[in-house]
Design a binder for this molecule. Structure first.
Ligand SMILES: Nc1nc2c(ncn2[C@@H]2O[C@H](COP(=O)(O)OP(=O)(O)OP(=O)(O)O)[C@@H](O)[C@H]2O)c(=O)[nH]1
Ligand SMILES: [Mg+2]
Length: 359
């Protein structure tokens, strides 16, 4: 999973990126007017994986990862800009950083703090960007039809539907698509079709005193499909991300959080994107893998290796809870708790799977 971070200039994107990836990208870009792309990863915290690590004592314990992209460098104008939007088109989801913090020394492109306006500005850019893609493609399709060439009726109708939606200033994720339509749309990488995290970047005082009020302003947007609002204190979380576990707990308590923004955002992203984890075990490594809810065993095998998908025979499955109750893998096997599942078996969160395959 990859989350593309965007927002107005100086909204705190790199600060948030550093908080989420425990990174230390300098807040001032290197200058020179070029678009700079920062990539980072965050390991998905999972107590079950840690426990499996103790149980199997493998050489490596490999958590799942969430990747983040932050685009820095010169801003051509007040908004995000097409050059930056292009960079996040391949991402799975978008995180839009909205400045709530005051910090008078930090300039605001519109000269005044107004979180809702900033949100609408950025959403407007995403809509226009998608609209241009739809219009461009429709024009080409219609030209082919005029030349007497065959154009896909499905595609024409689908894009007309997208066009109407965007012209009504609604994001494409408010539409629902059949699987075949989704497949058709995938190549366009529409920005407004991606799940959206609205990241409200607050001051320490705001997160303690005004959190609910600021969140409430975004309620109508949070209610849109595949949309979630996420409050955090970017500057503080960036510092916390550099601390060890114990010290960070003390800081978090001060702003009334139990968990770092890094962990909270990952959990929210999993919910938003309907993701679950399954585990593979071995003496070499115990590893967590991320899939969508409802993924059949054969596709889950493909996440590990395409050979495993192609040569899939069976999946040997036990749930995490069942394994823990049995105490050990050997005991679970003795009690006959391991199930053999076929390729259509729907993988469940926390399944521990050994794939049998043949290539
Ligand atoms: N007080 C306060 N200041 C913040 C917060 N987040 C960011 N800042 C400050 O805002 C300024 C801009 O932060 P950046 O993270 O560089 O913002 P950006 O969106 O990456 O900026 P560009 O990439 O130049 O568009 C810096 O001086 C930060 O210290 C916050 O939560 N509170
Ligand atoms: Mg930046």
């Amino acid at each position: 999973m990859e989350i593309g971070i965007i927002g107005l200039p100086q909204s705190g994107k790199t600060t948030v990126f550093n908080a989420l990836t425990q990174g230390s990208v300098p807040l001032q870009g290197t200058g020179g007017g070029k678009v700079e792309v920062h990539r980072g990863v965050s390991k998905v915290p999972d107590a079950r994986l840690a426990h499996l690590g103790q149980l199997f004592a493998p050489r490596r314990v490999v958590p799942a990862e969430v990747r983040y992209i932050d685009i820095g460098g010169a801003h051509a104008h007040k908004g995000v800009g097409e050059a930056r939007l292009t960079q996040i088109r391949p991402a799975t989801a978008i995180g839009v950083v909205i400045r709530c913090f005051a910090a008078p020394h930090v300039p605001h492109p519109y000269g005044r703090i107004d979180p809702l306006r900033d949100y609408q500005e950025v959403m407007g850019e995403l809509l226009i960007s998608d609209l241009q893609v739809v219009e461009g493609r429709l024009e080409r399709l219609k030209k082919s039809v005029r030349r007497g060439e065959k154009a896909s009726r499905e595609e024409l109708e689908l894009l007309e539907r997208c066009l109407t939606c965007l012209e009504e200033e609604q994001p494409l994720r408010t539409l629902s698509f059949a699987p075949a339509e989704e497949k058709l749309l995938r190549g366009f990488q529409f920005l407004t079709a991606k799940p959206l995290l609205i990241i409200l970047n607050m001051d320490e005082e705001q997160i303690v005193g005004e959190r609910e009020e600021l969140l409430a302003r975004f309620t109508p947007y949070a209610a849109l499909p595949q949309t979630a609002v996420f409050p955090l204190c970017g500057a503080l979380e960036m510092e916390i991300a550099q601390l060890d576990e114990q010290d960070s707990q003390a800081f978090l308590q001060e702003i009334g959080e139990e968990e770092s923004a890094r962990s909270r955002l990952i959990r929210l992203s999993y919910q938003l994107l309907h993701l679950i984890s399954f585990f593979t075990i071995g003496t070499d490594e115990v590893k967590a893998w991320t899939i969508r809810q409802g993924t059949p065993a054969v596709k889950a095998a493909g996440v590990i290796h395409s050979d495993m998908e192609r040569g899939f025979i069976k999946a040997e499955v036990i749930s995490y809870e069942t394994l823990v109750k049995a105490g050990s893998f050997a005991e679970a096997r003795k009690q006959g708790l391991l199930r053999l599942e076929g390729k259509d078996y729907t993988v469940q969160d926390g399944d521990i799977i050994t794939f049998r395959f043949n290539v």
